[in-house]
Design a protein around this ligand. Structure first.
Ligand SMILES: [Zn+2]
Length: 660
């Protein structure tokens, strides 16, 4: 298996780097210890971070003074002047998710200190409207209730158990994770709960209708954990009468019991914790690849929840994941981190411009000559930068130092300024005078100032080195979108919202767009087009995202790949920069959809605090949109030109259902 953190040279870049042959060998030998930080579990990872940092700080050598010949100074350019302040950690309140009508799924929270934020972000990502409540009486106003994270004998008063237990009999849907007590065994259709913590995967019951659309073999088995420190609490349900999935030992992981109209499902794992493993990039042991492959671990779970919602709620209207009703979102992104790349980037940009595409160019503000490379962020570099901006491309940050040990950098003072900020990369594991805030604020300042485009919002670190403090550092420095993770170590092909310190307590206003396809794996990218197109097809079946990363260190087969990939997917794909898709995705994240019905018609109310173009809805079978301007229907998909603030749609519904 290949290691993405062995991305030593950005391919051809190694040729011109200021490294001797013996250092190249050293780099390779350092690959192993370094491939972990992004992937290890919490404890391992922070320890490793400490090790990395101690290697940098506790050194007998004097930090090298950066020779002024090794720094490029733009005359008269100094900044940024304002200080960056990173907000202290806080706790997100579930009350932020409390408001919404009865057509939504209700998450009935039994423990506030839990991983509910993972569940909330997952439901947002897949587009299921929901509310979070601690009050079972509020939950009972909804037809589909998901009890999270545990159901024990003391979770509710007896009358609540009676009421919840009656939900499926009365035509509703009761879903619960980690059901340990409460006397609802018969409701879910099993006899006893058993600890089952050593199981590494769930095998899905393909005969069940909810699995009907899981047509790819990668969706038939879902990984749970690979290493002891990553164990997700798992239980099995003994003598279950119906099941959605089993563990390898044959015991039932997810029960399914159908009633006349209602349904009951007991899920044996902490689904919020699993989702956060992916979203926080603490998924070591789950995945055997980083990118260029289909890994729908979280997506299978989210699609199952969406399926349960659609099966249980006659007015289930869900929010689409791709603009304008296309089946796939594609972003072409480029990491400009090598001398020749600045000039080559313009060639990629000209191609993209010729097709009406906007690429995202993550540019290293390389004004210091060091171990990695020569200076290329100088007067000539600034001319290329301005050209990219003229071509309408998105300019974004790829740090100043491009250090593999970025994940071990201290946060910094927030007062780092160009040209005084002089991070110096000495070896792959050693960097001096570098901070997280310095990398973010100084690169942003320089590129914004010299590129002449709008203030940048997107960031990708060198070597995808991912500090735990990155989410809050991005917020503090004015970034809104990150492309720091890979799809496969996020366990998802959908974007997601980030959390403070990559933990479970607090959400931050930054969204991650993980890398799907990249150019450093072998065989060369130009030979991997069929594989890439297969992956795009797999992801497109449920409206996923493809972030393509191409280093413009060469043109040749890489540019050819981009052209051919574009041609092959252009009819079904929506294309945009990280900024464009990020703006769309974050506006989508903020919007609310509720459904009400009376005897005459069914009404969908949309509330979009941020203007959004091309939002889509998926409506139930048999719904017909009553004509109005700026909205069209294509089968079950509704496409809206623009929504800003409130919008109301009316439908004629065959055999109309109504909310009670
Ligand atoms: Zn790079």
């Amino acid at each position: 298996m290949r290691d993405p953190h062995g991305r030593v040279g950005h391919a051809m870049a190694g040729l011109s780097r200021l490294v001797s042959q013996s250092r190249v060998i050293f780099i390779t030998s350092m690959t192993k210890p370094f491939h972990g930080p992004m992937l290890f579990g919490a404890i391992t990872c922070s320890l490793l971070g400490l090790v990395v940092w101690s290697q940098v700080s506790i050194t007998v050598e004097e930090p090298p003074t950066v020779n002024s010949n090794d720094v490029f100074v733009f005359q008269g350019v100094t900044g940024p002047t304002e200080k960056t302040v990173v907000a202290p950690p806080g706790v997100s309140s579930h009350h932020a998710y409390a408001v919404g009508g009865p057509s939504r799924l209700a998450v009935l929270l039994t423990e506030e200190r839990s991983n509910w934020l993972g569940l909330a972000h997952g439901l947002k990502s897949i587009g299921v409207p929901f509310v979070v409540t601690r009050d079972y009486r509020e939950a009972l106003k909804h037809r589909v209730i998901l009890v999270y994270p545990t159901m024990t004998g003391t979770s509710f008063p007896p009358e609540a158990f009676r009421a919840l237990g009656a939900v499926p009999r009365n035509g509703g849907t009761l879903i619960a994770t980690q059901v340990l007590g409460g006397g609802l065994e018969e409701v879910f259709g099993y006899s006893e709960t058993v600890m089952a913590s050593r199981n590494q995967e769930i095998r899905w019951n393909r005969a069940h209708p909810l699995l009907e659309r899981m047509t790819d073999p990668a969706e038939w088995v879902t990984k749970l954990n690979g290493k002891p420190e990553n164990l997700i609490g798992t239980y099995s349900y003994g003598q279950a009468r119906g099941m959605l999935g089993t563990y390898p030992d044959g015991s039932v992981a997810v029960t399914a019991k159908d009633y006349d109209k209602g349904h009951a499902y007991a899920i044996g794992i902490d689904l919020g914790a699993l989702l956060l493993k992916g979203y926080n990039n603490r998924s070591e042991g789950f995945t055997t690849s980083f990118d260029n492959r289909f890994d729908p671990t979280l997506d299978v779970w989210l699609r199952l929840l969406k399926g349960m919602y659609q099966a249980g709620e006659p007015n289930a209207v869900t929010i689409g994941t791709v603009p304008f009703g296309k089946s796939l979102s594609v972003m072409f992104t480029h990491d400009v981190d090598f001398t020749q790349s600045m000039a080559n980037a313009v060639d990629y940009a000209e191609f993209e411009r010729s097709k009406g595409l906007t690429g995202t160019y993550f540019i290293q503000a390389k004004y210091i000559r060091d171990y990695n490379d020569d200076i290329f962020f100088d007067e000539q570099g600034a001319r290329y930068l301005a050209r990219l901006s003229d071509l309408g491309m998105e300019l974004a940050s790829h740090t100043v130092a491009h250090s593999a040990s970025f994940n071990g950098f201290p946060m910094g003072t927030g007062e780092e300024q160009y040209p005084g900020y002089r991070p110096f990369v000495k070896t792959r594991s050693k960097a001096y005078g570098a901070t997280i805030l310095g990398e973010l604020r100084v690169s942003k300042f320089l590129i914004d100032r010299l590129g002449g485009g709008p203030a940048m919002v997107s960031f990708r670190p060198g070597e995808l080195s991912n500090p735990f403090g990155l989410p809050q550092a991005l917020v503090a420095t004015g970034f809104r979108y990150s492309s720091t993770a890979t799809a496969n170590n996020s366990l998802t092909h959908l974007p997601y919202q980030m959390t403070y310190d990559r933990l479970s307590e607090e959400e931050v206003d930054v969204f991650e767009f993980p890398v799907t396809i990249e150019d450093e794996e072998l065989p060369p990218m130009g030979e991997r087009l069929p594989q890439a197109l297969t992956l795009a097809k797999q992801v497109a079946r449920y409206g996923g995202t493809v972030v393509v990363l191409i280093h413009p260190n060469i043109l040749g087969h890489k540019l050819e790949f981009e052209k051919q990939f574009y041609e092959a997917v252009k009819d079904r794909a929506w294309f945009g920069s990280i900024r464009e898709f990020g703006d769309w995705w974050s506006a989508r994240n903020a919007l609310h959809v509720d459904v009400s019905a009376d005897v005459h018609r069914t009404t969908v109310s949309i509330n979009a605090p941020r203007r959004i173009s091309g939002m889509t809805l998926e409506v139930p079978t048999g719904w017909t949109l009553l004509p109005q301007k700026g909205v069209m229907q294509d089968g079950r998909t509704i496409i809206l030109d623009v929504v800003e603030q409130t919008r109301v749609l009316h439908f004629a519904v065959a055999g109309a259902h109504r909310n009670s």
